[in-house]
Structure formats: C-alpha cells, structure tokens
Design a binder for this molecule. Structure first.
Ligand code: AMP
Ligand code: MG
Length: 343
C-alpha cells in the first residue's frame, strides 16, 4: 500500500488535472451558459468534470480507494440532460483524450463511497460555486481522512496568485496549489502544471504590533458578518489589538490564505441556526492550515471531528488562526456569547 507521501502526490496530480479542466471551462463560461441556457449549468459542468477527473487520476495512481465526493451522476444519466453530459465529456477530454460518456459517468460514480470506512478521500470538486461564477476564487478541494482526522489536504486554487500582493478578486494566470501531509508540513506549487517545482512553506506568525487581518465568506448566508465585526470591535475596545477591514473571498482558499500568512484568521460564524458544515468543505483546508501551525477549531474551541459521516455534526462554525490570534478570537466569542442559545 502506498505511503502518505505517494498518496499526496497522487492527490496533487488529480487536483492539477481537475484545475486545468476548470480553468478551461471558466475561460468559456459564457459559451457554456449559452449551450445550456441555465445559470447553474456551467458550474454543474465544472463540478461533474472535476469530480470525474479527480477520480480517474486517483484510480490511475493508486488503484482501489474510497472517495466520498459531493456530486452524483444521476442528473447526468437523465436523458433530458444529455446536452450537459456532452459538455462534461468535452471538458474532461481536455486532460483525458479518450473519455466517453460511459467512462465519465463511471468515474463520477467512484465518488459515491461512504464514510463508514477507516480511511477515505473526500472531494469538493468545485468549492465556492458563487466565486466560480463571478470569475473570482474557488477551489478543488481533496482531503484524505483517517479515523476522523484529515491526514492529507490538497487544494487547487485556480484563480489565486502565489504573489500575495495581488487582489483576491482578480484571476491569476496560473493559480496555485497547496498540499499538506500530517506531521510533514505544507507545500506550495502551481495548479496548472503537475511537474512544477514545489516549495515547502512556513507560515509567518502574526506580529503583535500589526493589524489583525481576518478573512471570511463573500456570501452573507455562509457566515455571520455582524458577529465578525463585533469580535473585532471587542478586541480593539479591550486594547488587545487593532483590526483591519476583513477580506472576503469564496471557498476553502481562505484556509490557504491563513496557512501562507496572508491573513491572521479565517472566521466562519454560524449564520443559520442548525446548519451542519460538510466534510468536503473543510477536510483539505483544515489539514493545510494545521500543518502551517495554525489552530483549526469550531467557535467553542473544539477540534473539527470528521468521524460523524458527511457532516461536522458535533462542531459549530470555524475559527482558523495561528495560536495567539486563535486564543483572542475564542475569548471574544465567549465574552460576546456568540453561538449561545439566545443567538
Ligand atoms: P464559502 O465559499 O466559504 O462561502 O463557502 C461555500 C460553501 O458554503 C458551500 O460549499 C456550501 O457547502 C456551504 N454553505 C451552504 N450554506 C451554508 C450556510 N448556511 N452556512 C455555512 N456554509 C454554507
Ligand atoms: Mg463546497
């Protein structure tokens, strides 16, 4: 059986191939929209194509595996959606010349594994759908979970520049890819070239005298922005630091942005009562951020527990930050009563 390093390399090649396909779909976003006449379709095409490609490359590299992925093929198997299936196959052929409708559908079905296994991969083929549609940030996020803990995280960020001075809302020419292996650290490379050099990255810790920079979702429904503002106000009012204007970007790229030291915290504060976070929205990012030295917990300081099926059933919200800032955030959350029943 391959070791974790070999698995991570397989994951990297899978995510690079899917990133290439997603970039190509995004270059033709308008054309894809016209074909399908449905705003949701271009994303559907990218989701299905990316899932098929990741599954196919993993199979090539490691043979047997369990994959718990977000999409199922049933929509594409419906004859009414034949045009979308054709668009998916055409997109996949960008990296897999002889792909056919059957081989693509079968590859998508490889993602129908369940979480009862001790070890499995989990995939969000296009995380940050809304960002993808706005030509902004999105991620191809692949995690490997062993007994409830992500031990490998691979994240393709096709629109995110390696250069941290670039604005988040612009598409980068190459995009970047981060991957991590538990206990071994985090690497940075390009997401459009599986042979590109990889660099082991070290997170720069937050300097106490500098502003605390927080990042969060663009979508108001996904995080409670007013609670984020309350936390930052509380930190300032108590003389514990100064806070900058929070940065907004879609997808798990936020974990990578903290891992590489560009932001001091990623806050995801419950916006809707009872919402349960999905494992594929956090497995890859959590591993990458943890390996950079950040702490990743829920809003009560509890580690993310990936041993409850497809949802993070026993966690509420996300706080990801290097240790000192993480402590500050948890203190503010507690003092302000965020996440308590009255909310
Ligand atoms: P983001 O790009 O960080 O805004 O997160 C995108 C993810 O948010 C999607 O993949 C969804 O699974 C997830 N999502 C959907 N509804 C909610 C919600 N009410 N609260 C938190 N996350 C959500
Ligand atoms: Mg997602």
């Amino acid at each position: 059986m391959p070791n974790l390093t070999e698995y991570a390399e397989a994951g990297r090649q899978a995510v690079v191939a899917a990133s290439i396909v997603c970039r190509e779909i995004q270059n033709n976003l308008d054309a894809v929209r016209t074909i399908t006449k449905d705003d949701k379709s271009p994303v559907t095409v990218a989701d299905y194509a990316a899932q098929a490609v990741v599954a196919m490359v993993l199979k090539e590299h490691i043979g047997e595996f369990v994959l718990v992925a977000e999409e199922s093929s049933s929509f594409l198997r419906d004859e009414d959606n034949a045009a979308i299936l054709s668009a998916v196959v055409a997109a996949v052929q960008e990296v897999w010349d002889d792909a056919t409708a059957d081989s693509v559908l079968n590859a998508i079905d490889l993602g129908s594994g369940d979480t009862s296994h001790h070890k499995y991969w989990t995939l969000d083929p296009v995380d940050g759908t809304k960002g993808f549609l706005r030509n902004q940030q999105y991620a191809i996020a692949l995690g490997f979970i062993e007994d409830g803990t992500p031990t490998i995280g691979v994240m393709g960020c096709p629109n995110l520049a390696v250069d941290m001075s670039m604005p988040f809302d612009e598409r980068d020419e190459h995009g970047c890819l981060y991957y991590a292996i538990q206990g071994l650290g985090v690497w940075e490379t390009r997401c459009d070239d599986g042979d590109a050099p990889v660099i082991h990255i070290t997170r720069l810790d937050h300097v106490e005298t500098e502003e605390i920079s927080v990042c969060g979702s663009v979508e108001k429904a996904h995080t409670n922005m007013s609670d984020t503002d309350r936390i930052l106000d509380w930190i300032e009012e108590n003389g514990l630091g100064q806070a900058g204007e929070p940065a907004r970007l879609d997808s798990q790229c936020k974990y990578a942005v903290v891992a590489r030291g560009q932001a001091d915290a990623y806050l995801r504060l419950p916006a809707r009562k009872g919402y349960v976070e999905r494992i594929w929205d956090h497995a890859a990012g959590c591993c990458i951020a943890c390996e950079s030295g950040a702490f990743v917990t829920d809003i009560f300081g509890k580690n993310l527990d990936f041993s409850h099926g497809r949802g993070l059933e026993v966690n509420k919200g996300i706080v990801c930050a290097p240790p000192r800032v993480h402590g500050l955030m948890l203190r503010a959350i507690k003092e302000l009563g965020i996440g308590q029943p009255k909310d």
